[in-house]
Design a binder for this molecule. Structure first.
Ligand SMILES: C[S@@+](CC[C@H](N)C(=O)[O-])C[C@H]1O[C@@H](n2cnc3c(N)ncnc32)[C@H](O)[C@@H]1O
Length: 247
């Protein structure tokens, strides 16, 4: 199989509204373990989120867009609490099945979950110091990705971080082998492999985000097989003030 180009025709099993509800719940719950193993938010918290939140000098508001089963925002909230950083955390997802699983999670009182997509939260007038997402970008076609990331910038007054998979043959081979002990009763094997085939390379994602808003996004590879798209609202204005072009 070729991973030279994104395979956007592939649909993940969990995106089927009629998929087996028990397998879906098991998948959403087990994302906790998979995300801890592969998604690198520990390092992103230490290097980017902790300094940003601590530097605010006041309680922060943080939004996880497309929070799924809620494990990433709960983990970030616990890490910040351990560091004595005060914040209110919101996990948002338009899928009622995901929010149901998230709401059952043992979460600190500073975390709440809401059933809404990025556009609805923006329209409600909510704003956040930090907006994050994990494993959402590869789910979206290019038009939806552009609208999702534009929403995320409009929602954030400080920092946006979107974490995702970087497509590669090696990531595919390692995931296929590594997921075996965790896959039972879930969609993790099929959907994980489809996710890798749907995901971007750093250069592909940078090109799409440059089209969304020029000189606004920086796509980094903070860990093996990972992408991190970062935007700090105001960056484009600062760039212009320094004499850069905004084409
Ligand atoms: C693979 S799941 C990732 C879940 C979770 N972030 C994780 O890492 O386990 C992608 C999620 O993005 C959500 N999503 C898609 N479009 C969205 C949008 N415009 N705003 C918020 N969430 C969205 C979907 O409902 C889905 O639950």
């Amino acid at each position: 199989m070729s991973l030279t180009a994104r395979d956007t025709a592939l649909r993940e099993l969990m995106d089927d509204p009629d998929c087996d509800p028990e397998r879906l719940r098991a998948t959403l719950r087990r994302f906790d373990t998979v995300n801890r193993l592969v998604s690198g938010w520990g390092g992103v918290y230490t290097r980017r989120i902790r300094p940003f939140l601590a530097g605010l000098g006041r309680p922060a508001r943080v939004l996880d867009l497309g929070c799924g089963g809620g494990d990433v925002i709960v983990r970030l909230a616990r890490m910040a609490a351990r560091d004595g950083i005060p914040a209110g955390w919101v996990g948002a997802d338009p899928d009622a099945r995901a929010i149901e699983v998230a709401a059952e999670r043992d979460a600190p009182a500073s975390v709440r979950f809401t059933r809404a997509d990025s556009t609805a939260i923006l329209a409600a007038g909510e704003r956040f110091d930090l907006v994050v997402s994990n494993h959402v970008l590869h789910h979206l076609d290019t038009a939806a990705l552009v609208s999702f990331t534009a929403d995320s910038r409009a929602l954030a007054t400080g920092l946006v971080l979107h974490g995702d998979i970087a497509r590669s043959r090696l990531a595919y081979a390692l995931y296929a082998a590594g997921i075996t002990p965790l896959q039972r009763g879930t969609f993790l094997r099929t959907d994980g492999l489809r996710s890798i085939r749907r995901s971007h390379t750093p250069a592909e994602l940078q090109r799409i985000l440059d089209a969304e808003s020029p000189r606004t996004w920086r796509v980094a590879t903070p860990a093996p097989f990972r992408l991190l798209a970062e935007s700090r609202p105001g960056f484009e204005t600062a760039h212009r003030a320094e004499g850069g072009s905004s084409d």
